[in-house]
Design a binder for this molecule. Sequence first.
Ligand code: FEO
Length: 393
Amino acid sequence: MEQISPTVHSLGAIDWDARLFDRLIPLPDGTSYNAYLIRGSEKTALIDTVDPDKTQLLLGNLKKLRVDKIDYIIPQHSEQDHSGSIPDLLMRYPAAQVVTNPRCKEMLIDLLDIDDDKFMTIQDNQELSLGDRTLRFIYLPWVHWPETMGTYLLEEKILFSCDFFGAHLATSHLFVEDTATVYEPAKRYYAEIMMPFRRQISKNLKKLDALDLEMIAPSHGPVHKKPEFILKAYKGWGADTVKNEVVVPYVSMHGSTAAMVSHFVEALIERGITVHQFELSTVDIGKLAIALVDAATVVIGSPTVLSGAHPKAAYAAFLANALKPKTRFVSIIGSYSWGGKMVEQLTGLLPNLNAEIIDPVLTKGAPKTDDFARLDKLADTILAKHENIGIVR
Ligand code: FEO
């Protein structure tokens, strides 16, 4: 609970022990749920709340700050990690109005059963006076839900951005101290929930160009005192350009696919291509998602099991399809003993990728000399494709 500016306190919760979000996303560095209290000369506003598990912590922080009255509770996004404490807050501060956009209001009524008469709805770019401080609401749809918005504190040039520019990172530092520490959690966060909405993210970034920003205060992770770091990173991740990189998620049962992957990865490295290899029975899917952000090519390695793709490989394909990376080329390598539909199944799981499928390399049983030569040829083909699109230096 610290002050980030003359009128703004950060009083959310650090969740050091969180290790999984949405029962899906690994949180190797924990996370935080940030809420911001703004005390204007006439009105007090609370931007976002915390996960329901941490409500008591938020209420305790408000008590420590002797906050007797909150005029406006401003949920910028209805997902429960930010909105989940609102029912308890309304019990503690019954006169507070819940200020949000109409779509978010509708979703909050659905998710948290908040009474209709508690709400005050606002429109894009509408301003709300707190006396000597002014809030401007900025719709930021699809970062990463349709109703998400940000809030700009005009007099202090602070953008409260909710999930946008956030990072799952538990840290005792209120501000970003070292960009190298924050870069990977921020990229992981982008990859896991923002990447599927890359086009909308770019539009929202353009919308922010008009703002004079001294600080970006997201609702996960530390506050950016030098916003250009995270703005530049988002612009790069969201751009159409890809890098001379290949992601190789694979699984192997008896070593044939593993031997193919090992040879193939070496062949790519010899050709100067950056490789990200992931064994799928032990993978941190966040790391895989990060690698998918920039890579030009994905090559999935799978054995044939039960006449089809290994379920771990199918999961990776399904996940990549959901994350919609800007991948340009896809191929498959793997083994079979008597036949099956592994290739058809995996390519069928990737309809969202606007990628060219390069001929797969399959081996019958353990890979032999000819098979390794075909893997070398696949590496040549990938290099040529990368050269064609101008990403090989
Ligand atoms: Fe951090 Fe979409 O909630």
